[in-house]
Design a binder for this molecule. Structure first.
Ligand code: CMC
Length: 430
């Protein structure tokens, strides 16, 4: 088989090389297309466009496969921990015992944040959405570590930025929440593991110590693993494109947090619970058909939140694991959440409805995650912050890969459809 495709246009033939990935995925390499033919491609939403080659995540949306650095997500969720998976995603291999121990202790050592962060927090109105606060705090790290801004940063400088970001993110996230509810912030306790430490900073108060519950910690750690990386999605592409201008890791990740916030992306987990609550208030499981009809009505902007995915067209493997975990966690914690019943009814009805079947719309990672977060005591507007904490190693790895490969600045072209040239008209004559 030839390793190029031919484009016949305007009497000319252009040979376009075909590149093949390690899982035999094929793509047309059009990087010389404009130079040779004067043509560009148009692809709104990048539905057919690969922005890069990448060795981090393999995803097959038709088969429902997701692997980080070759390891199936199902195995990692069952056997690994979030910090081990973070190392794997960032450095490409599972750590040895010694590497893992150094990694954990370095991250644990850097959990504390500068006291001046308290003054930054004071500047936000209490009840600010924690996602907005978190993205501001992450970008503020550039002020405390200005050496991170150096575009010629050394490998050591990058490493310490990565450690600091992973270490401080739970502190920044928990403090964003404390700001919202008007409670005093809680300092990290480095005797605790990553996830327990975060939960303690969220839920302990000067009046009451938080009791670590391994069921809660394990469930949250698993959720972080499931969110850790997802190749070139909206927020990751944002991180790469911001970083391609040689912006710092902190500012690139802060941009990713903002991209994640939207309800079509990570913000869907909050939107799902709000939708399920609305259905509950509107009659409970009996109102499911009404909401399905709304989702199908093209004159109604309502969409079934937590359903559909740009790349998964069979099932989202993360959603399968999370659905099982939801049943398990709720049972272990003795929580009876009526929205779980509504969610299951909604899923069943949608999966049997031709509208959803024809369009290959399945529950995605966000459909059941909110139900678990809620059972763990995480408030609704912190759900997307949880997603951001989980996605952090993915953003870091993608930023590093892009910089290590010295990729060019991200700068798409366009086809102009506005006015052609015209002369300026004096205001008195308009
Ligand atoms: N409810 C009703 N109809 C839908 C939905 C939905 N959730 N999702 C897609 N459709 C319809 C859409 O109207 C379109 O129909 P038609 O062909 O008749 O015009 C068709 O399905 C294809 O949808 P699309 O919007 O062209 O697909 P996309 O790949 O551009 O969008 C999506 C993907 C995830 C933005 C979309 O499915 C959606 O809005 N879902 C709800 C929000 C959500 O759950 N987002 C979380 C995604 S998973 C977490 C993450 O990684 O971000």
């Amino acid at each position: 088989m030839s390793d190029f495709a031919e484009l016949h246009y305007d009497g000319n033939v252009y040979k376009i090389p075909v590149v093949e990935g390690s899982e035999k995925e094929k793509a047309l390499d059009i990087s010389n297309l404009r130079a040779s033919s004067g043509l560009i491609t148009i692809d709104p939403g990048f539905k057919n466009t690969g922005s890069t080659t990448s060795a981090i995540t393999f995803l097959d949306g038709e088969e429902g496969i997701l692997r980080y650095r070759g390891y199936p997500i199902e195995q990692l969720a069952e056997k690994s921990t979030f910090l081990e998976v973070s190392y794997l995603i960032i450095y490409g291999a599972l750590p040895t015992t010694e590497q893992l121990s150094t990694w954990k202790s370095e991250i644990t050592y850097h959990t504390l944040i500068h006291e001046d962060f308290k003054r930054i927090l004071e500047g936000f109105p209490s009840n600010s959405h924690p996602m907005g606060v978190l993205s501001s705090l992450v970008t503020s790290l550039t002020a405390f570590y200005p050496e991170s801004l150096d575009p010629n940063r050394s490998a050591d400088q990058v490493r310490i930025s990565i450690i600091r970001l992973l270490a401080k993110m739970p502190t920044l996230a928990a403090w964003s929440f404390k700001n919202e509810i008007g409670h005093p912030t809680v300092y990290p306790n480095n005797n605790l593991d990553y996830t327990s430490n975060f939960l303690r900073m969220m839920f302990s108060t000067p009046a009451e110590e938080y009791e670590i519950d391994p069921v809660v910690t394990d469930a949250l750690d698993k959720l972080l693993i499931l969110h850790a990386e997802h190749e070139q999605n909206c927020s990751t592409s944002t991180v790469r494109i911001v970083g391609s201008s040689h912006a710092s890791l902190y500012s690139s990740v802060s941009a990713g947090i903002n991209a994640l916030w939207g309800p079509l992306h990570g913000g869907a987990n909050q939107a799902v619970i709000e939708m399920l609550e609305a259905i509950k208030a509107d009659g409970g499981p009996g109102a499911v058909d009404k909401y399905l009809a709304k989702a199908k009505d093209k004159d109604d902007p309502f969409r079934l939140m937590g359903f559909g995915h740009r790349v998964y067209k069979n099932f989202d493997p993360r959603a399968r694991i999370i659905k099982k975990a939801a049943d398990n966690v709720l049972e272990k914690l003795g929580v009876n959440d009526p929205v779980l019943e509504i969610a299951k009814k909604l899923e069943e009805a949608a999966l049997n409805d031709p509208y959803f079947v024809e369009r290959k719309l399945y529950p995605n990672v966000d459909f059941y995650s909110g139900i678990i977060y809620r059972a763990l005591g995480i408030p609704t507007n912190m759900f997307t912050v949880m997603f951001a904490m989980g996605r952090l190693p993915g953003w870091i790895a993608q930023w590093m890969e892009m910089r290590t490969n010295n990729e060019p600045i991200g700068r798409p072209r366009q086809v102009y459809t506005g006015e052609t040239v015209r002369d300026y008209v004096d205001i008195s004559k308009r």
